[in-house]
Design a protein around this ligand. Structure first.
Ligand SMILES: [Zn+2]
Length: 257
């Protein structure tokens, strides 16, 4: 049954953050850097049609949804080939399962399952969020991309709602959406996952693999915009045009949950 390669990209919790000086990346390394920022060999469609299933249990004013929208917008503004449109959710949502739809959801405790993050998705409590990608064998084409936020062991906040000390939704969403569009994690020297091409001074990138709970900003770095520009236009989303027409109209309807 499991014909499809699954990939999970995560954003870890970073305990003691102090983002001081911004190091400037070595210009000679830049092109290699931009190429390496792409997920290796994957064909990632530049369009993303998704359903928003549910937000955080810590946020009731809809600002979690809005923060995700803002994060999408920051990427689509950074590169005009990228687009994301929301469609209504249909049928059952089962976290971690491939079902032919792209879904975005906070994974919260339920009466039956106090920790679905760990016991359904098999993810560590220290992961803030993950993007799960299903890849078609042989073609290496990405066919489904889900985004899950950890609403079990992680608290969340936005500018208008949420828990004190919670993580900034837009920052984490921006990072994960970078994965949805095919970028990979970048680290600084000394961190697990660091590779030589990454160099140093990467903490200002949206794709930097750690977030602290004190961060309150979210921005696409010019280097990341350049990495996207190098990669797109690439693979058109199948069936995208009719969905796109429908979804553009839906944009004007207030989102209800
Ligand atoms: Zn990541």
């Amino acid at each position: 049954m499991n014909l499809f390669r699954k990939l999970v990209f995560s954003l870890g919790v970073f305990g003691g953050a102090a983002f001081g000086g911004i190091a400037i990346l070595d210009v000679q390394k830049e092109e290699v850097f931009l190429k390496n920022m792409r997920m290796n060999g994957l064909l990632v469609p530049s369009g993303y049609t998704y359903s928003f299933i549910r937000g955080s249990r810590y946020i009731t004013d809809g600002s979690d949804y809005q923060a995700v929208q803002n994060a999408f917008q920051k990427w689509t503004c950074a590169n005009s080939s990228l687009w994301a449109v929301e469609v209504p959710s249909k049928g059952d949502f089962t976290p971690g399962r491939r079902n032919g739809r792209n879904e975005i959801a906070w994974i919260s405790p339920t009466e039956k399952e106090p920790n679905p993050w760990k016991h359904v998705l098999n993810l560590p409590n220290a992961f803030l969020a993950v993007v799960k990608v299903w890849v078609e064998p042989i073609t290496n084409r990405v066919i489904e991309r889900d985004l899950y936020f950890n609403d079990v062991s992680v608290r969340w906040r936005t500018g208008s709602d949420g828990e004190e000390g919670g993580f900034w939704v837009e920052r984490v969403a921006l990072h994960e959406i970078g994965h949805l569009f095919g970028l990979r994690d970048v680290y600084n020297p000394g961190r697990k996952g660091w590779e030589e091409w990454m160099g140093e001074g990467n903490e200002r990138l949206a794709m930097y693999g750690y977030s602290s709970r004190w961060e309150e900003t979210a921005a696409v770095h010019p280097l990341e915009a350049a990495a996207m520009a190098l990669a797109y236009p690439s693979v058109p989303e199948p069936r995208s045009m009719p969905v796109f027409a429908l979804a553009v109209a839906m944009f004007f309807i207030t989102h209800k949950r």
